[in-house]
Design a protein around this ligand. Structure first.
Ligand code: AMP
Ligand code: MG
Length: 400
């Protein structure tokens, strides 16, 4: 049996990446940058006002008070979008608005609230401003030439905003990985009609497909595969023809109806890993067929999801070019004792509240879907160990 980190390392070493493509900026969020991008401009592009008010020379208003306002002549207006090609001379002011280009000569903006109108074309300033007060300086956010996003990082909506602010309208990103989903088992039935005798609703394909879509992949769901060698072979053959990765569930244990490994090898696949020393999820197959990969997950939904997040998610992210492929984690305080009497690491489902307190999300058996749905994290409990209430533990986040 392989240890978790060893399995993970072995998988990450074997997988390559899917190559790159250029997409419009607004489609880049959720993708992974395939090139580092350096800014062509300073941001802000030019000095501009942070307030509605008056652009002034700070020396002209340095002694202004409520009782003795500084009186300045208004010599013009610059609206947001106007050119700032005007000049403020001694004891003069220009009316400006948030985002207006700063006129030459002025070095500060007095906000409107600190002024009263004087005579025609006169403004009275009631408070001094320091040099550069209420001015957004050219380049204070980003300098021309700064690298603003690095290859291999996730493009978040905020990065889309930053790139847009720098005038970027298309981005080189890694391609989306094509993943085919199979589920094996004679007991499985598609949802949508009442359950037949002895059948259960198949739920892994949709669950895993949703997860894969969230991390940037595209998915195809194939029909349920009966526990039959010929049918299993044909189903895997088809899924491998259409996709770069196949994720299957069920049929990887030691039962006489578990055909996945055999079928995979019969169509030319080579199994690299089988069985990982964790609970839930011991039976787990990783294999390669030419430049394509199989992740054969156990059928129990909880085992399928846990092995997916620990072993498949990192691999799919790496194939899509991501450098950081770890599940996010943070520390939390245990509100109850967690005991692992078994001899494998047990990844227990917990729910962490907003205050950082962690509790079991329900019963931990690997067929229990409700405690999986209620969980937002996993705690790794070592074999034969008890983690006490009050202990600080690391939680791997599941609510991705
Ligand atoms: P297996 O890994 O095929 O031995 O299946 C282990 C358990 O998971 C059995 O109780 C199966 O009925 C159940 N199971 C297998 N595949 C699925 C699936 N796709 N959806 C829901 N339950 C499943
Ligand atoms: Mg089965």
């Amino acid at each position: 049996m392989t240890g978790l980190e060893e399995a993970r390392t072995q998988i990450l070493q074997m997988v390559g990446n899917v190559g790159r493509e250029t997409v419009p900026l607004k489609e880049a969020a959720g993708r992974i940058a395939a090139d580092s991008i350096a800014s062509n401009f300073d941001l802000p592009l030019y000095d501009n006002s942070a307030m509605d008010g008056y652009a002034v020379r700070s020396v002209d208003v340095s002694r202004a008070t409520m009782v003795k306002p500084a009186k300045l002549k208004i010599i013009g207006t610059i609206a947001a979008g106007d050119s700032g090609d005007k000049r403020v001379e001694e004891e003069k002011a220009i009316r400006v608005f948030t985002g207006s280009a700063m006129p030459n000569g002025a070095n500060a903006v007095v906000m409107q609230e600190d002024t009263i109108e004087g005579g025609p074309d006169e403004i009275q300033i009631l408070e001094p401003v320091k040099p550069y007060e209420n001015v957004r300086l050219k380049g204070e956010d980003v300098r021309k030439g700064d690298v603003v996003i690095r290859e291999g990082t996730h493009v978040t909506p905020a990065f889309v905003g930053l790139l847009g602010g720098l005038g970027v309208n298309e981005v080189s990103v890694f391609r989306r990985l094509k993943v085919g989903l199979l589920a094996t088992g004679n007991e499985l039935q598609d949802p949508g009609r009442p359950p037949s005798d002895g059948k259960i609703f198949e739920s892994n394909r949709a669950m895993l497909a949703s997860f894969i879509e969230r991390i940037g992949g595209t998915t195809t769901i194939y029909p349920i595969v009966r526990d039959d060698m010929t049918e299993t072979k044909a189903a895997f053959e088809k899924a491998f023809n259409d996709n770069q990765v196949v994720v299957s569930s069920g049929g990887v244990s030691v039962g006489e109806f578990d055909y996945v490994k055999q079928a995979f090898e019969a169509i030319g696949g080579k199994q690299n890993l089988w069985k990982v020393n964790i609970k839930p999820g011991k039976p787990f197959v990783f294999g390669r067929k030419a430049d394509k990969f199989l992740f054969g997950l156990p059928g129990n939904p909880v085992s399928a999801l846990v092995t997916f997040v620990l072993l498949v998610r990192p691999a799919l992210l790496r194939m899509q070019g991501a450098i950081n492929v770890d599940l996010p984690s943070h520390s939390a305080m245990l509100m109850e004792q967690l005991t692992n009497r078994g001899d494998r690491r047990h990844f227990m489902r917990v729910c962490v509240d907003a205050g950082g307190k962690a509790r079991l999300s329900g019963t931990q058996a690997s067929h229990m879907l409700s405690s999986l749905a209620a969980a937002n994290g996993l705690v790794d409990v070592p074999p034969g160990k008890t983690l006490e209430a009050g202990a600080t533990v690391q939680v791997w986040r599941l609510d991705l």
